[in-house]
Ligand binder design. Structure first.
Ligand code: GDP
Length: 423
């Protein structure tokens, strides 16, 4: 089966959505394999500008089948809102172009409450949760204390939910002093949010096995980036799932699949949402200018993103962790007004310089070592051939490529689908 994963190399928001939107016309199936509605892809195409949270970015393409795999945090409430929004803007979302894995675990209403209570309790020690319930959801998934989407279609649902509710009320009331959940409240949620998504739930594993046998192709889409991976990221400031390509076949529903291409998406500078160490962070006016130029505000929360120069130490690590076979460099146009561009080439830690990404809790001590390279100082957003880029822009691309040891095959110079250079 021709397969490809599109994954983030950095902290997320690299522009994965636009790459999936661009490339999915060459694939039959697009699958989201992890994460929930806590982040957002922004996709700009001929139908408008859309912020997607849970739906795969292939949803805009006729003939593409989109799947929410077993690895996602399936939040019926957010999903149903998102489906309705797209339908209102004239995008068809039907059981023919969207399929939900019956093995996807459900984010239950109390997961969001627990997220909010916990961040409140932590006060200034918080992890920067988007309060969508993702961490409580994944911990309950691993404790086997939630339900699978397929259970919505089967007998025994009420008993299962009542026993989970009883167990969860112990924490909600005992630890946080909150109101207990009641069956009435759960029933209201089932009717309002779960019933409408039931027609989309099916055995996607079997669907994918048949697709594999008939030679169909599959694109797997990740949320966030390598540095937010639960196992390989900046723990505890990670997300609660695996954002790495190696998890894609598992979370998508074809655990035996050997991945073909892995396209790592890298932004031409660094951004980071929320808490955690961010070695190359810029502050003050310089940061403000970069943030404004790149419109670096979260797609889900509107939060101002932290910004900084490209970090080659973190990027090289991200490329390795993702097993990227090629890279897409995005938002190169945003750097077009800079006289010279800082590039972080090493970290200084404990008196020594290093280019290996450090252990998470050592990161707060690391300092960036910068070089400055010449800027190009002109608009590049209409350029479509690599050789037409100014020399300084090509040098910048090639410096990144050489430093991280992976070819850059795509360079995006604008948010629109066609603002891309194939190399
Ligand atoms: P994702 O979650 O990785 O898909 O990233 P986001 O959607 O959060 O962030 C990418 C943002 O940058 C979106 O608003 C895109 O429309 C925009 N974008 C993507 N590529 C480019 C580019 O090359 N140039 C410009 N100016 N904007 C871009």
């Amino acid at each position: 089966m021709k397969s490809c994963a599109i994954v983030g190399i950095n902290w997320g928001d690299e522009g994965k959505g636009r790459m999936v939107d661009l490339l999915c016309r060459d694939y039959d199936i697009v699958v989201r394999f992890q994460g929930g509605g806590n982040a957002g892809h922004t996709v700009v195409n001929e139908k408008g500008s859309f912020a997607l949270h849970l739906l795969p970015s292939g949803i805009f393409h006729e003939g593409v089948v989109n799947i929410l795999g077993n690895g996602v945090a399936l939040d019926p409430e957010n999903l149903w809102n998102e489906i309705r929004e797209l339908r209102e803007k004239g995008i068809p979302v039907t059981p023919d172009n969207l399929k939900i894995s019956e093995r996807a675990s459900l984010l239950l209403p109390w997961h969001r409450d627990l997220d909010i209570f916990e961040e409140k309790r932590l006060k200034d020690r918080k992890y920067g949760s988007t309060k969508q319930g993702i961490a409580p959801f994944y911990s309950d998934k691993y404790q086997k204390k939630t339900i699978l989407a397929g259970e919505l279609l089967r007998d025994g649902l009420k008993d299962r939910l009542l026993s989970l509710m009883e167990w969860k009320n112990l924490t909600l009331c005992g630890v946080y002093g909150a109101e207990p959940y009641t069956w009435d409240r759960l029933e209201e949620w089932l009717n309002r949010c779960c019933s409408p998504i039931m027609p989309f739930i099916c055995d996607t594993q079997q669907y994918l096995e048949q697709a594999e046998e008939s030679g169909k192709s599959m694109l797997m889409e990740a949320q966030l980036g390598a540095l937010r991976d639960l196992d390989f990221g900046i723990y505890p400031y990670t997300t609660s799932s695996n954002t790495t390509a190696a998890y894609a076949p598992i979370g998508a529903g074809l655990p035996g699949l050997k991945l073909g291409e892995v396209i790592g998406v890298v932004k031409a500078y660094s951004t980071c949402v929320g808490e955690g160490p961010f070695v190359c962070e810029l502050f003050g006016e310089e940061a403000e200018r970069l943030r404004e130029a790149g419109s670096e505000y979260g797609a889900k929360t509107g939060r101002a993103r932290r910004v900084g120069p490209i970090d080659l130490v973190a990027t090289k690590y991200g490329v390795k962790v993702q097993g990227a076979t090629m890279l897409a460099l995005t938002k190169l146009d945003i750097l077009s007004t800079m006289e010279s561009i800082p590039v972080c080439v090493r970290y200084r830690l404990n008196g020594a310089e290093m280019d290996r990404f450090p252990f998470p809790s050592d990161l707060s001590e690391a300092e960036p070592v910068y070089i400055r390279v010449p800027g190009w100082n002109c608009d590049i957003s209409r350029i479509r051939r690599y050789q037409d880029l100014p020399q300084a822009a090509r040098d910048y691309v090639e410096l990144i490529e050489e430093s991280v040891g992976c070819p850059i095959r795509y360079i995006s110079v604008g948010a629109e689908r066609e603002s891309i250079i194939f190399r």
